[in-house]
Write a protein that binds this ligand. Sequence first.
Ligand code: FES
Length: 170
Amino acid sequence: MDKAKVTFLPYGKTIEVPAGYNLLRAAVGAGVHINASCGGAGTCGRCRVRVLEGETEGPGPDEQGWHRACQTKPIGEVVVQVAGDAVPDTTIMGEKRARVPVGRAVFEELNSDWHLEAPTRKRHFHVDPPTISNNRSDTSRLLRAVKNDLKLDNLRLSLELSRKLPKVLR
Ligand code: FES
């Protein structure tokens, strides 16, 4: 069998995944958020699901019947119940809402109109090389170049950066 079909309860979301996918990966694809504190390494035990129907491959359930989703691969058609505490509690976000899977919704919202602007920018300046007639310090020549280009006054360069400047300029 080259595919598996997984239904996540209580959300009623079903997804077909390639053989070899684990239940955590299938949940991500289905938009069901399952807590995976260890990133799927199999060590945190937070990604608990109960296999209600179908066959799975993996280390098997614990004494209470919970499987670790990240370590469990579905075979054929599988129905699983996501543990209530394996889903993030959205009520801490200020609104009184029921626990809902937020994975895909949050991702789509974050992915919509975001424009990231870095707090720093890379700029290039032309710094005149030292000559017999222009024997100012490297720092002075750099500050002059920046001042002329950006029309800024009162520029300073830290001692630490001034010390690195000769290596950077040559
Ligand atoms: S994600 Fe940590 S044990 Fe599954």
